[in-house]
Design a protein around this ligand. Sequence first.
Ligand code: PMP
Length: 421
Amino acid sequence: MGHWALVIGTPPHLLISLISPCLLVSPSPPLPMPPNPYAWINESLATIHRADWYRSVQTIHGRPGAMVIVDGREVINFASNDYLGLAGDDRLVEAGVAATKQFGTGSTGSRLLSGHRELHRELEQAIAELKQSEDALVFSSGYLANLGAITALVGKRDLILSDEYNHSSLKNGAILSGATVIEYPHCDVATLKNLLSQRQNYRRCLIITDSVFSMDGDLCPLPTLLNLAEEFSSMLLVDEAHATGVMGKTGAGCVEHFGCSDRQLIQVGTLSKALGSLGGYVAGSATLIDFLRNRAPSWIYTTALSPADTAAALAAIKIVQQEPQRRRQLWANVDELKKSMQLPNLKLLPSESPILCFQLPSAAAALEAGKQLKASGIFAPAIRPPTVPTSRIRICVMATHELVHIQKLVKALSSIYIYSD
Ligand code: PMP
């Protein structure tokens, strides 16, 4: 069969990929081919080093908790998303071990093939109950939940309006969807409203936002976003990763905190922060969840969450519901820290969550501050571009921090000295 037979028998969308190599020929002179096609990686790493943006891992030993051993030294942990101190809790550990003994280590396949267990459904029902939504769907991570939900909900003919400070998983989900993506300035509802006036040029519109902004600690203006979504017939997807277990009377998140549990919206989140396990979820109407089971590629084509992670998350949700005192202690710790945080040497960014950030003038200054804190026995690493536009030290408060931990943090923060010429 000749080339033309292939072209004639080919569906139109595949024809484009057959023809596209010709279309890609650039009119400008060809660039010289590098002798080593991998050499640019070294050069790129060197640039990262020069900007003080280089990252490396630090090894944590033992179970997670308010105190951890980092590089062989015990330090107070203000770097963790384990807000309720559940990741090292015996009950989660035992639930994970029991599930592993009963069901094995791996789920062996995707949920639609061999991987679905009763335990997954139990967890989904527990999430739906916590979130006061009709149903929920568990993904293998929060990142995958965002990718899956966004790519299923919108495509080429649609518009996404995205807060500029959104988490990478929201941003990458938006890019992957193929929709037109416009970022609005952080929490700027006036600009968002303006942008929504373009909504009529698109088939569907989806507004996406973190509820607690992970690198700043402030909250999205959820009731206004919901009103705007309703006014402009748009969908609203809210990432509750840092809010679940933390915000709201029962720990359901910011949707509960703002009294919006009865409004229609799409909630996404993770099982890996206050819930101390691994995995992600989408919660919403039964129709939405049914649709995602059929259309979310990052759910359909990946192995189901392991029995251990599923069981640990289920145990964590029960604790969130049965032990509100953990959340009360977390907020008491946040209040205590904020009370003592009027530091002349450091600027605290506005926060309404257990995430407190101190702005620093440069990436080098943030690295230096992180080093000084570590020398004082405090683990709170620097957060630098490109994760955030400006460098900072990020403090995450936990329910299991004791008064003495907070006092030591304040003392260490107040003695940070940033040299500048
Ligand atoms: N959304 C936000 C706001 C997050 O901070 C994170 C984790 N850093 C995620 C999504 C991804 O969740 P996971 O770690 O479960 O992939």
